[in-house]
Ligand binder design. Structure first.
Ligand code: COA
Length: 161
């Protein structure tokens, strides 16, 4: 039977419990999941590519069919190169919809055989994003509910340098 590879792209600056929720759901649905740190030209990440790869690798160790990669280029070209037929995106709230709809339709225009599949994280993560996590970390807030322990440690290191 044909194996399905899905890519889960994002900036992951840093990976949060909301992302992990999506990763866990995806790992149960697809044969292989590649978490792909991609470049959003509008963002200036706090963490380097290597730091983001390291954090994601560390917190996804238990998922045997999940791997992590970085690429700087067009997402659909990467999907083709990896023979991925699915792009996963998380939909947290209706406010995500317009932006995601635009990206998904653009990607489909470029490569029609790659489908975007939206997964919803648990509602307890529907408000969460990486900017919020970074801001809270800069005030030394307790992030236990929002990010894994390893990521919390890396955030503390960043803000105490
Ligand atoms: N839990 C917590 N936060 C979540 C989340 C979840 N389940 N799902 C999304 N988010 C947050 C992210 O943390 C991020 O927060 P931030 O803006 O505060 O950093 C935000 O929602 C959305 O960002 P993300 O999912 O990382 O996507 P993005 O908009 O930064 O990047 C790319 C989108 C990388 C996929 C897109 O820019 C891309 O494809 N780039 C490659 C070039 C390309 O092909 N461009 C053409 C696209 S049509």
């Amino acid at each position: 039977m044909k194996k399905i590879t899905a890519i889960y792209p994002g900036t992951f600056d840093p990976v949060t419990n909301g992302h992990l929720d999506i990763i866990e759901r995806a790992s149960k649905l697809f044969d292989n999941v590649i978490i792909t740190i991609a470049v959003n030209s509008n963002k200036k990440p706090l963490f380097t590519e290597n730091e983001r790869v390291d954090m994601i690798k560390n917190v996804t160790k238990k998922f045997k069919n999940v791997s992590v990669d970085f690429f700087d280029g067009l997402l659909v070209s990467y999907a083709k190169k990896k023979k991925a037929s699915v792009i996963i995106r998380g939909l947290r709230a209706i406010s995500d919809f317009d932006y995601e709809f635009q990206i998904a339709l653009t990607n489909r225009k470029l490569v029609p055989e790659v489908n975007t599949i939206f997964l919803m994280p648990s509602e307890k993560y529907s408000f969460l994003n990486s900017s919020l996590v970074r801001e809270l970390a800069s005030y030394n807030a307790n992030l236990k509910e929002f990010v894994p322990e390893y990521v919390h440690r890396k955030l503390k290191e960043k803000y105490t340098k």
